[in-house]
Write a protein of this length. Structure first.
Length: 352
């Protein structure tokens, strides 16, 4: 959603005032919203929060209104609008165009939640600036101060919040494994289920969320030099997408019970496969470098015999224009993402 912001220096954010309620429902569709209470029969005349098709309808309206500007200088997600520009003069012109659309469509913004021509703004739980995107410090402080969950509902709230920021977190899946295992039916039936391993994973997850990590925007105007550093261990996989040495995104995958029994080579190949699927939109159709500390993978294309699973994976990999390179494990960024011995037992307990 924010990939087009590379090179922008000025940002404005607009939040519409009760956005859904500003969209009128077609007269013929009003009876479809009817509901009855002890106080009488009621029907909505405007789009209401809670209607099944409300988000899709509202997004379609916003896309129609801003279609000429989306991906040029506007990002629109429901009632949150982001305007981005490279220069101040350009930004003022972009603001004028956006405000003209809102005036023409008779949509009103909430003044207290609008910010104009700023070097950085908050947008969808992130802080956006010319240097990239990072987590909202207010949400980071919420995670940092979160007490240990005492029931399944509290645990799911915590995991839901941290999962939203998983692209900033090295090896999120492996770190969170003891906690996600507790979300299985009956696993968190009492406080006795909260083991020292769970507490360690909980504290570690809060610690890594608190790190001030900034992800750079991909640069599509220059040759797209991408390196995927991928390493698999017995516990899971970790990968980082880089451009000119700067991180674009992190990804991770916890091995299932069956995947923990794959050969080392298959686990390494699975790590690569996961990374390429995750970042297909960046990598497909572009040459890039794929680095791994498992040297046999660099000779994979010359292997005369593959089993069915390996052949299926290789068929998918064939669509990418990648150059394989070997990197020593001790300098592999992703290597540390996938090795966490204290979490081993919890991960192996995952269902097949």
């Amino acid at each position: 959603l924010l990939d087009k912001l590379k090179g922008s220096a000025y940002f404005s954010s607009i939040d519409l005032q009760q956005g859904y309620n500003q969209i009128r429902i077609a007269e013929s569709d009003i009876p479809k919203t009817a509901f009855r209470t002890p106080f009488g029969h009621f029907e909505y005349t405007v789009l209401s929060f809670g209607l099944t098709n409300a988000p899709a309808t509202f997004q379609a309206v916003m896309d129609r209104m801003f279609r000429p500007y989306i991906d040029r200088f506007v990002v629109c997600y429901l009632d949150d609008i982001l305007i981005y520009s490279k220069t101040r003069e350009e930004h003022l012109e972009h603001l004028r165009l956006v405000l003209e659309v809102l005036r023409r469509e008779q949509l009103f913004a909430k003044r207290a939640k609008c910010f104009w021509a700023q070097p950085q703004v908050e947008y969808l739980g992130h802080v956006v600036s010319s240097s990239g995107v990072k987590m909202d410090p207010r949400k980071v402080s919420v995670v940092r101060d979160w007490p240990a969950p005492e029931n399944l509902q509290e645990l799911r709230k915590f995991l839901g919040l941290t999962n939203y920021f998983r692209k900033f977190i090295k090896q999120y899946s492996t770190l969170a494994a003891p906690l996600t295992n507790l979300t299985r039916k009956g696993a968190f039936s009492s406080l006795d289920a909260w083991t020292p391993e769970c507490q360690q994973a909980f504290e570690k997850l809060k610690c890594v969320v608190a790190n001030d990590i900034t992800l750079s925007f991909p640069d599509y105007s220059l040759p797209f030099r991408v390196e995927v550093l991928s390493d698999a261990s017995l516990y899971g996989t970790g990968a980082v997408l880089l451009q000119e040495g700067r991180p674009i995104a992190f990804t991770s995958k916890k091995f299932s019970g069956a995947e923990t029994r794959y050969t080392t080579g298959e686990q390494e190949l699975l790590a690569v496969l996961h990374a390429l699927k995750e970042w297909r939109c960046y990598l497909e159709g572009r040459p890039f470098t794929l680095k791994t500390d498992h040297k046999p993978l660099t000779f994979l294309q010359s292997v005369p015999t593959l089993n069915r699973r390996q052949a299926r994976w290789m068929e998918y990999l064939a669509r990418f224009d990648c150059t394989w390179e070997h990197i020593a494990g001790k300098i592999n960024i992703a290597d540390a993402l996938s090795r966490h011995p204290s979490l081993h037992a919890a991960i192996l307990a995952a269902p097949v």
